[in-house]
Design a protein around this ligand. Structure first.
Ligand code: 13P
Ligand code: SF4
Length: 357
């Protein structure tokens, strides 16, 4: 059965994409002084950094150098739930900060910019989503991590791209029908792989949606030995050309393990920092975001992830502002969907971490 994106009488809002923030370039001396001050502030605040692969390489490097974590959204959640630091500073987007708060209500969760949201989250408002769920009470509600706490509170399960397939397969084997939100491309991919009966919300990621299948074919012809790595938030005609489809962690792992010398990568180019760190000899190309005459808004870099920088990280550690708050009634419900995913991950030995050499 081929699922159709839902036709809803109230079409989900199309999020407004902000311009990429422009951060002043720091000279080497100023940058290392700033990094030193941030390290002292982290220590003084009993804080750790948890960063996503899409944020600036300086932040990823700093998170690793200070004993924090750089990971995909599954591992960020797992790590946040296990750490005993008093303060977690999440360098990523808002849903990642909210997940950390939902799992650690007693901890202080800070973010460099609370305005760093996500087009999937913004395109799935809780009131519309709740009405959608009310129309389909016979379905298990599975939501992607890239949603608000209020949407998670309405869900039975939360999943990330790193664990969506085994969880939906498990539900399908139990005879469950699924209501899926918000990413229609990931939802379609999961439906095709598992054969589950899934009803999809009509949402998408502005970054991945811009990858163009036609232009990718041309680039692949120019680099016939390159392996094509695709995040499953990408459109179907891009996924169809992939050698590897997976979460950010799986794509990084592919660059380190595959024998190819060249890779075409269809995901946010912030991921190149980690790929280059682990596989310095390999050549990486961004998948094309525009065909002839087309334009791109995000151009393979998430404008919300780009709101994280050394400068506002220092400010948040000095002022302690930008704290994530989640209403307790919402939190108590949302935590059930997240814990279900984490328990499933533990039970089935699934992690979002890169394998250690
Ligand atoms: P991962 O869970 O694969 O890191 O993806 C998060 C995300 O926002 C992709 O756009
Ligand atoms: Fe959201 Fe897309 Fe940005 Fe990921 S890359 S945080 S899905 S807008």
């Amino acid at each position: 059965m081929k699922p159709e994106p839902i036709k809803f009488d109230q079409t989900p809002p199309r999020p407004k994409v902000p311009a990429h923030p422009v951060w002043p370039t720091l000279g080497a001396k100023k940058k290392s002084a700033l990094i030193r001050r941030i390290k002292d502030l982290l220590h003084a605040n009993h804080a750790i950094l948890v960063a996503h692969y899409y944020v600036d390489g300086d932040l990823q490097e700093l998170a690793e150098a200070t004993g924090g974590c750089v990971a995909d959204s599954l591992e960020m959640a797992r790590y946040g739930a296990a750490t005993d630091a008093e303060t977690i500073v999440v360098c990523g987007v808002r849903f990642m900060g909210e997940t950390a708060k939902i799992l650690n209500p007693e901890k202080r969760i800070l973010m460099p910019d609370l305005g760093a949201t996500c087009s999937l989250d913004e395109g799935c408002p809780a009131d519309l989503f709740s009405a959608f769920c009310d129309q389909h009470p016979d379905r298990r509600v599975v939501v992607y991590a890239n949603t608000s706490a209020a949407v998670k509170a309405r869900a039975d399960w939360m999943v990330t791209s790193g664990i969506a397939l085994p969880i939906v397969r498990h539900l399908h084997e139990q005879g469950e029908k699924i209501l899926w939100a918000p990413d229609k491309h990931l939802g379609r991919y999961v439906q095709q792989q598992t054969g589950a009966d899934m009803l999809l919300w009509d949402g998408s990621c502005v970054v991945h949606e811009e990858f163009k299948g036609f232009a990718l074919e041309r680039l692949r012809r120019l680099h016939p030995d390159a392996a094509t790595l695709v995040h499953p938030e990408s459109p179907e005609d891009v996924l169809r050309q992939a050698d590897v489809i997976g979460s950010t962690t799986r794509l990084i792992e592919a660059v380190t393990k595959m024998p190819n010398k060249e890779f075409i990568v269809a995901t946010d180019d912030g991921i190149f920092w980690k790929m280059r760190q682990l596989a310095p000899g390999k050549k990486l190309f961004s998948a094309p975001t525009a065909g002839a005459g087309a334009t791109c808004e995000s151009c393979a870099h998430c404008p919300w992830m780009a709101m994280n920088a050394l400068q506002n990280l220092e400010q948040v550690l000095i002022e302690g502002h930008n704290e994530i708050e989640v209403d307790e009634t919402i939190r108590e419900r949302a935590v059930l969907a997240i814990k279900r995913m984490l328990d499933f991950a533990t039970e089935h030995g699934i992690s979002g971490a890169l394998p250690r050499n």
